[in-house]
Structures are given as structure tokens and as C-alpha cells.
Design a protein. Structure first.
Length: 252
């Protein structure tokens, strides 16, 4: 039987915070929340942390507080590392403006990255920074595209790269310019990753993460990266409305 990967991406807004959600945080999460100076950042973190717990609990069949979330940092003792769930689930979290997104996957390590989409025909907010993240062959591919499509490509390719770096766990330790992606074949694929030839081609699956309609005032674009064995099937990544989970947990 062909191995398969299942993934759901749960979306919510930072404004979906309710004080009742604080009770779902674990001790390490409460410490991290309290380290944020701004109340808005504390609320956004609480939404993402509780949404992760609620989405994982749905898959594991347990209470949200019982989900074994680990946030260890490999470089220090502060619990600010990327979240992991002990056991069969793989998770990833991303923010884009007011959007909060959590990916929960079975069958493969996952990385999720979201960004605000540029309005039609307009440049992204950080065009120079996004262009600097491209490799020479990527710049050439972008220049071949119709001019109106280039802003969307820049943002989309940035999310591909960030998603791959989250899936591998390397994060900022690997520069985005060392990561290569392409859409020449009609589907996104990874073309370069330093020291990891097994990730190229079919070793990494890149997929768009759909967003529930009407959830955000500004459109969000998001990509999911899976580290897979060759021959593994990755179906369409479902976008779910996480406000239902948060509302039920807050008793609303």
C-alpha cells in the first residue's frame, strides 16, 4: 500500500482570544506567554498555543491539556523553541498579520508558513527583501513570468522556503538563499538544500494551504512542506476554521 500523508491546517485570528483560553496553556507555554511585553503579542501567542493543543487533541482523542507539547530550545533552557508534539503527530505554527495558522500532520514532518498576499497587481510589502532571498536561477524564472504574476510568486516562494526550513528544524541557521524552489514543472518542488540531497525532488512535497473564506480582512497565502519518502502520497491540504475549536473551548 502506498504510504500517505494527512494534514489539516487550522486558521484563526489573533482577535479570537478569550481569557478562558489561558487555562489550556501548559506551564512552559504560560512562561513563554508572560515573556511578551505587549498584550497583543500575549493574546496572539495564546490563540496559537491553544489552537495547536485543540487541533492535536482532536487527532489524538484526548483533552487539550493532555497533549504532550514540547517547546525546548536547542541552544538554551528557555522554552521558546518551535513546538513539537511527542508521538505520531507533526505540527507547525505560523502568523501572517491577524492570521494564526496551525498545521497538524500524520505521516511526515511538516512545516507551515503564512504571509499576507499582495493585492492584485501590487508589489508585496517587502519586495526587496523577498527578491534578495532568491537564487540566480529563481530570479530568472520569476522574470519569465508575466509581470502581474511576479508579486504573488515572490510571496509564495518565500513561504515555500520558510516552510521547508521549519520542516527540517533548521530555521534561521540556513539562509533562504541556500534554499532553491521552482515551479517550472507546473508544481512547486525543492531544487536546492545545503547538505541534504535526499530532500530534493520527491523527497520534499510542497502544497498550498487553503484558507476558509471570509475569515480575514486581508487575504493570506500559506504553504506547507512535508519531508517524505519517495513514493509517499500527499493529498490536498485542507484548510479548517479553527474558531469553532476555540469557541467551544471558551464555552461560547
Amino acid at each position: 500500500m502506498t504510504p500517505a500523508v494527512s494534514c489539516r491546517v487550522w486558521w484563526a485570528r489573533a482577535g479570537d482570544y478569550r481569557p478562558e483560553l489561558d487555562a489550556l496553556l501548559g506551564p512552559a507555554e504560560a512562561v513563554r506567554r508572560d515573556r511578551y511585553a505587549r498584550a497583543a503579542d500575549r493574546r496572539r501567542f495564546t490563540v496559537s498555543a491553544t489552537l495547536l493543543r485543540l487541533a492535536a487533541a482532536l487527532e489524538l482523542g484526548c483533552a487539550a491539556r493532555e497533549v504532550p507539547v514540547v517547546r525546548d530550545c536547542p541552544d538554551c533552557a528557555v522554552p521558546h523553541g518551535r513546538p513539537r508534539v511527542e508521538g505520531p503527530l507533526h505540527v507547525s505554527v505560523s502568523y501572517a498579520g491577524e492570521a494564526v495558522a496551525v498545521a497538524v500532520s500524520t505521516g511526515a514532518a511538516v512545516g507551515l508558513d503564512a504571509a499576507e498576499a499582495p493585492a492584485c497587481g501590487r508589489p508585496p510589502r517587502r519586495p526587496a527583501a523577498l527578491e534578495r532571498a532568491l537564487r540566480p536561477e529563481e530570479r530568472a524564472e520569476v522574470r519569465e513570468a508575466p509581470e502581474g504574476m511576479r508579486p504573488g510568486m515572490l510571496v509564495r516562494w518565500w513561504t515555500y522556503k520558510e516552510a521547508v526550513l521549519k520542516a527540517t528544524g533548521d530555521g534561521l541557521r540556513v539562509p533562504p538563499t541556500d534554499i532553491g524552489v521552482s515551479e517550472r514543472s507546473g508544481a512547486p518542488r525543492l531544487t536546492a538544500y545545503p547538505g541534504r540531497p535526499e530532500l530534493l525532488g520527491e523527497g520534499t512535497a510542497l502544497r498550498p494551504a487553503g484558507t476558509p473564506p471570509g475569515l480575514f480582512s486581508h487575504e493570506a497565502v500559506a504553504s506547507v512542506a512535508f519531508l517524505v519518502d519517495r513514493g509517499t502520497r500527499v493529498d490536498h491540504v485542507r484548510g479548517e476554521d479553527g474558531r469553532k475549536l476555540l469557541g467551544a473551548a471558551a464555552g461560547r
